[in-house]
Design a protein around this ligand. Sequence first.
Ligand SMILES: Nc1ncnc2c1ncn2[C@@H]1O[C@H](COP(=O)(O)OP(=O)(O)OP(=O)(O)O)[C@@H](O)[C@H]1O
Ligand SMILES: [Mg+2]
Length: 185
Amino acid sequence: MEQKGVTLWFTGLSGAGKTTISRLVAAELGEKYGLRVQILDGDVLREEMGQDLGFTREERFRNIRRAAWFARTLNEHGVTVLASFITPYRDMRDHCRKQIARFYEIYVKCSVDDCIERDVKGLYKKALSGVIPRFTGISDPYEEPWNPDLTVDTSRDTPVESARQVLAFMERIGLLPVKREDELP
Ligand SMILES: Nc1ncnc2c1ncn2[C@@H]1O[C@H](COP(=O)(O)OP(=O)(O)OP(=O)(O)O)[C@@H](O)[C@H]1O
Ligand SMILES: [Mg+2]
């Protein structure tokens, strides 16, 4: 089936800002552009249908395969998908790119030190003390994207600035409707 929607795939460390940015972008896309948008969030997917999976490389990949299938299916129905998953390995992201016809990789870049300082969920503290094993950026790898479609630097910019950069990117490559509703005659 033809894939009509697009997927923006946010990759980056825990606490880098994937969820925060995708929520801001989703609100804008829905309210100002009238697009049908679905957020696919790593935490939610693991909670709702990934409880059988742990955090080995293989299990992480299986989690991503499910998410990619979802994104693809939603795209086929014309839904814009904002996917927020750490997606730490290049082969996982390559898999997504192959599966999803209109796939855009957005690297949410943030230093490990800044993520540790934010420690939004208190997970870095646990990872650093060894309570949580296989934690990305601490005791498990994160392979930085070589060729992301867009990089946002959240060590440097605010969430609103990062979200604006994503919207500007979408506009630049023609992913936004030309006329915004508030500009129609
Ligand atoms: N430019 C920015 N963009 C996004 N978040 C930012 C930015 N600057 C600071 N932050 C802060 O960083 C935190 C990011 O947390 P968030 O839950 O969005 O990360 P995440 O990448 O979804 O992590 P996880 O993989 O654990 O779900 C928030 O507290 C947010 O306010
Ligand atoms: Mg998140």
